[in-house]
Design a protein around this ligand. Structure first.
Ligand SMILES: *Cc1c(COP(=O)(O)O)cnc(C)c1O
Length: 476
C-alpha cells in the first residue's frame, strides 16, 4: 500500500508519511486506493472482535493499510495501545442503546477521557516503534485547545525517543484538562502556556516549522489530526460499533460531533472500504463551517475573529483541516482540482463553491452525508434530557451529536459518537443538571496534581530558547 498527497505528491511508504505528517506540496496523504471489505470479510472481522477482542481487530485493519511493518509487530503495537488498564474496559469502545434506534458509541474510555486517545495511543506506539527501528529521535511541537495535548502526552509518556513541547492557551482550558496535562512530571513532556487563544499557540507552531534550519536541528515533528495513522486507527471503531449495534446484519448510521473533520473522515474511509453505513451525519456547534458546506455546497473558512468560543470547545474551528481528504474523493480523486481549490482558491478568496461542479451532479459522490447544528441551549437541554430520560450523563460534544442524531433517525440503528466524558466539562453539566459530574475513581487525583508549566509570552524566539534549553536529545 502506497500513499499519495491529495495534491499529487508521492507515492510514499506508510512509515515515511507516519513521521512526516503534511505532504511537501501542502496536501494530505491518502492511500492510492482504499482496501475493499466484502460481506465475508466483514463477517470475519466481527468474529475477530467477539472472540479475539478490539486490539486484534485493530491490528487486522491496520494491516490492510500498512505493508512496511510486519503483522506480528502491528499486533504488539495494537495490544500495547488498547489495554484494559488504560481504557477501563476490555471492549475498549463499547456501544450502548440509549433509545429505540439511537445508540451511543463510547470513544472516551481512554486515559484522557476523550476520543483522541483512540488514535493517539496507536500513534504513540507507532512513533516509538519506527524511531527505534531507524535509531532516530523526534521533538514534537504541537498546540492544543485541550483534548489533543493531553491525549498526545499520555500516549507518548513511554516513548523514550520522543520529547513533547505542547503549547496551550493560558486559562482557556477546563480545570480537569489543565490538571491532566500540567500534572505530568517528566523531562520529556514540556507544557508551554501561552497567554492568548488556541490560534496564537498554533501560530507559534507554524513559525517554528517555517524555520527549516531550526526544524532540522531539533528533528521537529507533529502529532496533529492530519496524520494518516490517526485516521486509520479511527476506522477500527466504526467497524466495531457497526458490529455491536447491528449484530453484523445490515447498515447503520453515525452521527459525529465534528471539528477538524478527522473523526467523521474515518467514517467516510470505512464506508469507502465497504462498511454498510447509510448516513454519516456531521454535527457541528455554533461554528458551522461544515454544516454550511453540507447544506449549501459552499465551504467558507472563517477568520479566527469569527470563531465562537462555545461550551463544546473541541469543535470550535475556523477551518476543518481533514476536510481536504473527503473533498479529494468528492472530486473523483482529481489531484489537479484539489491543488487548485485548496492550494490556490482557498488562500485567495477563503471560499470553495462546488455548487456548479460537474462532480457534484453525481449524487453517489456526496456519499449520503447529512448535517445539523446545535447551540449552547440545545446542549444544556440535551444533557438534561438524556440524563433524566435515559439515565446517562453525556458531555457537551456528545450532546451536540445526540441533538442532531435525533433529527435524522431512520429505520437503521443510529450511533451517536461519544467523544468525551462529562468530567472534562463540569460547568455546563452543572448548568444542565444542577450539580457537577462525578469524578471516576481513576481520575480522582487529577485536580490536585502539582502543575508543571513554562510560560511563553514573548513570541517565537522565546519558544526557540525554551526548546534549546530543555531539549534532552543531541542536536543535529
Ligand atoms: C477533537 C474533538 C472533537 C472533534 O473531532 P474532529 O476529529 O476534530 O472532528 C469532538 N469532540 C471532542 C471531545 C474532541 O476532543
Amino acid at each position: 500500500m502506497r500513499y499519495v498527497s491529495t495534491r499529487g505528491y508521492g507515492p510514499m511508504s506508510f512509515t515515511d508519511i507516519l513521521l512526516e505528517g503534511l505532504a511537501p506540496d501542502g496536501g494530505l496523504y491518502v492511500p492510492q486506493a482504499y482496501p475493499q471489505l466484502s460481506e465475508d470479510d466483514l463477517d470475519a472481522l466481527g468474529q475477530i472482535l467477539v472472540y479475539e477482542g478490539y486490539p486484534r481487530l485493530a491490528a487486522e485493519l491496520l494491516g490492510l493499510f500498512i505493508d512496511d511493518i510486519p503483522m506480528r509487530d502491528l499486533e504488539a503495537i495494537a495490544s500495547r495501545a488498547y489495554t484494559k488498564a488504560k481504557f477501563g474496559t476490555d471492549l475498549i469502545a463499547p456501544v450502548d442503546q440509549l433509545e429505540p434506534n439511537l445508540w451511543l458509541g463510547h470513544l472516551s474510555q481512554g486515559p484522557t477521557a476523550a476520543f483522541k486517545d483512540m488514535a493517539m495511543q496507536v500513534l504513540g506506539q507507532l512513533f516509538d516503534y519506527e524511531l527505534n527501528r531507524r535509531d532516530q529521535t523526534m521533538t514534537i511541537v504541537g498546540a492544543t485547545s485541550g483534548d489533543t495535548g493531553s491525549a498526545a502526552e499520555f500516549a507518548l509518556l513511554d516513548a523514550n525517543r520522543v520529547q513533547v513541547f505542547m503549547l496551550s492557551p493560558q486559562g482557556r482550558m477546563t480545570p480537569f484538562q489543565r490538571g491532566q496535562m500540567y500534572g505530568i512530571d517528566s523531562d520529556r513532556i514540556v507544557n508551554v502556556t501561552v497567554p492568548g487563544s488556541f490560534d496564537d499557540c498554533q501560530d507559534l507552531v507554524k513559525q517554528i516549522n517555517a524555520d527549516a534550519e531550526f526544524k532540522a536541528r531539533y528533528a521537529i515533528g507533529a502529532v496533529n489530526s492530519i496524520n494518516w495513522a490517526r485516521l486509520v486507527s479511527q476506522v477500527v471503531y466504526y467497524v466495531s460499533s457497526w458490529f455491536q449495534a447491528s449484530g453484523g446484519h445490515g447498515p447503520v448510521s453515525f452521527c459525529v460531533p465534528s471539528g477538524n473533520f478527522g473523526n467523521i473522515c474515518a467514517g467516510h474511509v470505512a464506508r469507502m472500504m465497504g462498511l454498510p453505513i447509510t448516513h454519516l451525519v456531521c454535527a457541528t456547534n455554533e461554528n458551522n463551517v461544515l454544516a454550511e458546506f453540507f447544506t449549501t455546497g459552499v465551504y467558507r473558512v472563517r477568520a479566527s475573529t469569527e470563531t465562537f468560543v462555545t461550551s463544546s470547545p473541541s469543535m470550535d474551528i475556523s477551518k476543518a483541516s481533514n476536510f481536504e481528504r473527503f473533498f479529494f474523493d468528492l472530486t473523483g480523486r482529481d489531484h489537479a482540482e484539489v491543488a487548485r481549490l485548496f492550494g490556490v482558491e482557498l488562500n485567495r478568496s477563503g471560499v470553495i463553491n462546488i455548487r456548479d461542479k460537474p462532480y457534484v451532479a453525481d449524487p453517489a459522490r456526496v456519499y449520503g452525508f447529512q448535517t445539523g447544528v446545535s447551540t449552547h441551549a440545545d446542549r444544556v437541554a440535551t444533557i438534561a434530557d438524556v440524563y433524566h430520560r435515559d439515565g446517562y450523563l453525556i458531555d457537551p460534544h456528545t450532546a451536540d451529536a445526540v441533538k442532531v442524531a435525533r433529527e435524522h433517525l431512520g429505520p437503521e440503528p443510529m450511533i451517536a459518537l461519544e467523544t468525551a466524558l462529562p468530567v472534562k466539562f463540569g460547568s455546563i453539566i452543572k448548568e444542565a443538571i444542577g450539580r457537577v459530574p462525578p469524578i471516576p475513581a481513576r481520575f480522582a487525583q487529577v485536580l490536585d496534581a502539582e502543575p508543571h508549566t513554562v510560560v511563553c509570552d514573548q513570541g517565537v524566539d522565546q519558544l526557540k530558547s525554551i526548546i534549546e534549553a530543555r531539549t534532552i536529545f543531541p542536536v543535529h
